[in-house]
Design a protein around this ligand. Structure first.
Ligand SMILES: [Zn+2]
Length: 227
């Protein structure tokens, strides 16, 4: 199932199991595949997972509209890849990619056969599925010789769309904080979360919105040997 489908199911179960109770629920939904794609500098998987996250957020916002005692906060714990879109960026080849680098590199690893078989397989099967249907002989040669096949395959698409990455790790840029609520929850959201925030302020907002004390909950968990 997609992340959106799993989220819709989880919200349905959680709201039904708490509907007759004074206590509500907290759910953390992680779109972690965006981070994985960025570690691989995989522009195609990155954009498709961002699109899926966008779909998920619209679904959650619709749910919040129907449940005005709920608030949703969308945050990232960091950016990954140091992605930049210089002048000339053209994302259209991404639309032709239908698999992630992770998936395609596994297929390459499984390919048995001699160099000619591998060359033909890359040209006819792998590269087109990554949105690259005009690979040069030089690019295919580089892929065949590559020690880091993920990086070599990533480069073929990144060069065509003009996207630049500065790292395969997490970066230190500020990340965007989004939040959504209706009614009274909305007023509190705006008061507590609008503007530039330190990341430690998010759990404080959540604790306040839920009416729990982080110190008490921490003591309880430690007392139970959970932490
Ligand atoms: Zn990461």
């Amino acid at each position: 199932p997609s992340l959106t489908e799993m989220t819709e199911k989880a919200l349905d179960i959680l709201s039904r199991s708490t509907e007759d109770e004074a206590k509500g629920f907290f759910i953390m939904i992680e779109a972690s595949r965006i981070d994985h794609a960025s570690h691989a500098n995989d522009a195609a998987a990155h954009i498709w997972d961002v699109v899926e996250y966008n779909r998920l957020i619209h679904s959650v916002m619709a749910w919040v509209d129907e449940h005005p005692d709920t608030a949703v906060v969308s945050a990232a714990d960091h950016e990954t890849g140091g992605i930049t879109l210089p002048p000339g960026y053209d994302p259209r080849p991404v639309g032709r990619a239908n698999h992630s680098l992770e998936f395609l590199v596994d297929l390459i690893d499984e390919c048995e056969g001699d160099m000619d078989d591998k060359r033909a397989y890359l040209e006819a099967e792998i590269l087109p599925q990554y949105g690259v249907d005009d690979a040069t002989g030089e690019e295919i040669g580089a892929l065949l010789d590559a020690e880091d096949v993920t990086a070599a395959l990533a480069a073929t698409l990144n060069e065509r769309i003009g996207v630049e990455w500065s790292t395969t790790d997490h970066s230190a840029v500020d990340v965007v904080l989004y939040a959504y609520a209706a009614g009274e929850m909305k007023t509190r959201l705006l008061e507590d979360l609008a503007g530039t925030k330190e990341n430690v302020q998010l759990p404080r907002y959540v604790a306040e919105a839920l009416g729990v004390s982080l110190d008490e909950v921490t003591a309880l968990l430690r007392g139970n040997g959970t932490v």
